[in-house]
Design a binder for this molecule. Structure first.
Ligand SMILES: NC(=O)c1ccc[n+]([C@@H]2O[C@H](COP(=O)([O-])OP(=O)(O)OC[C@H]3O[C@@H](n4cnc5c(N)ncnc54)[C@H](O)[C@@H]3O)[C@@H](O)[C@H]2O)c1
Length: 358
């Protein structure tokens, strides 16, 4: 019934599921009715946070067999995303899956093939397009309306700080077989999803030339937690339109954190950012007008809200189910995003420019 909440089963009761939990308690169209985790203690803790969930299953197949579950939120380590998403679709459930959606483009295509057999079911990957909220929307509208003129270059650089001494992470994050990789899989999908959302049809990557490097210990006390996986990447992406994207992310290095996104068009430039940073203007517009100096305008924007950004994917899937429409982040988007990551990793290995498989 239209006014009944969408009933979610949560698979994986770890860090991110606990952040997400409050969305099920706010009475905005979704409720959690079941949880599955191989760790009973984690499941019991999440059950409280998600509003007093009664049904806890050790095996996620039991959750998928529960007729009271309409949709699942998959928040397990990445190597489980494909089997869990496919099993959920085969069990007749809508799916929100955490990022990285899959471990490569082939897996996305496998999921897409299964979804085509059940077109009434929605699949959404938790993405970053909600992170800047109003900022990303406004930047997207400005690009679509060609307010910057023909866009010819985007520079996207994200440098995150060093981990605090003693930082620990679950072992799967340091295991390429379970995590895919490090930064490339942890943050790559977020970066590319933001770019794909803001650039719209201009985001049609054709060729990638890039490098990937591992983390290294900064000092004996400050050792990054993921030494076996990649910790920085830098790529030049050339799109169908000729638009070039310099895409870079680095972590745990001898240097300060830095987050810059620069969009440059033939009529104007726009600076923005990806993660909510309320202390910085969200959008700054630049243009030379006549003989004047460079004119800089801080544009008004909706203040970003990190809490809202985290829970937005559940709200988006819930709305897509209710309105019977495609979710904003589609399987086609994820085919493209994983195609770029695959091309980056091949390029880094071969030191050659690599064509993106569309
Ligand atoms: N931690 C974050 O800040 C964050 C943010 C955004 C997205 N993500 C993504 O969310 C996913 C989960 O990350 P996390 O940090 O919450 O991991 P986590 O290790 O904290 O939690 C994963 C949970 O999955 C459970 N699990 C493992 N195998 C299972 C199985 N077969 N059936 C049911 N449960 C199983 C584990 O017991 C654990 O409780 C990853 O894909 C990650 O990239 C994490």
């Amino acid at each position: 019934m239209a006014d009944q909440p969408i009933r979610y089963g949560i698979i994986g009761a770890g860090v991110i599921a606990n952040y997400m939990a409050r969305v099920f308690t706010e009475g905005r169209g979704s409720t959690a009715v079941a949880i599955s985790d191989v760790n009973a203690e984690a499941a019991a803790k999440l059950a409280v946070a998600a509003g007093g969930v009664k049904k806890i299953y050790a095996d996620y197949h039991q959750l998928l067999a529960d007729p009271e579950v309409d949709a699942v939120y998959i928040a397990t380590p990445p190597f489980l995303h494909k089997p869990m998403t496919i099993d959920a679709l085969r069990a007749g459930k809508h799916v929100l899956c955490e990022k990285p959606f899959m471990l490569n483009q082939t897996e996305v295509r496998e999921v897409s093939a299964v979804q085509k057999t059940v077109p009434q079911l929605k699949v959404l990957c938790a993405s970053s397009r909600y992170h800047g909220a109003g900022i990303a929307l406004k930047a997207r509208a400005m690009v679509a309306q060609r307010e910057l003129g023909e866009l010819y270059h985007v520079s996207y650089t994200q440098v995150t700080g060093a981990p605090k001494p003693g930082t620990t992470l679950p072992p799967w994050r340091n295991n390429p077989a379970k995590n895919g990789g490090g930064m490339t899989y942890d943050w790559g999908p977020y970066d590319l999803d933001w770019l794909s959302w803001v650039l719209g049809d201009l985001f049609r990557p054709r060729v990638v030339f890039g490098t990937v490097g591992n983390y290294f210990p900064l000092t004996p006390e400050r050792v990054p937690p993921c030494l076996d996986v990649d910790g920085h990447y830098c790529a030049q992406i050339i799109c169908e339109s000729g638009l070039t994207i310099l895409w870079e992310r680095r972590a745990a290095e001898h240097g300060p954190a830095r987050h810059t996104i620069e969009l440059r068009g033939k009529k104007g430039g726009l600076d923005s950012y990806f993660m909510p940073m309320p202390e910085k203007p969200g959008l700054q517009h630049y243009a030379y007008v006549g003989t004047d100096e460079l004119k800089t305008t801080v544009l008004p924007d909706a203040p970003p809200n990190w809490d809202d950004a985290i829970v937005h994917p559940i709200r988006e899937l819930t709305a897509a189910i209710r309105e019977n429409r495609a979710p904003s982040n589609t399987l086609e988007d994820n085919v493209r995003i994983h195609g770029v990551i695959d091309a980056l990793l091949t390029s880094a290995k071969t030191q050659q420019a690599v064509k993106v498989v569309a």
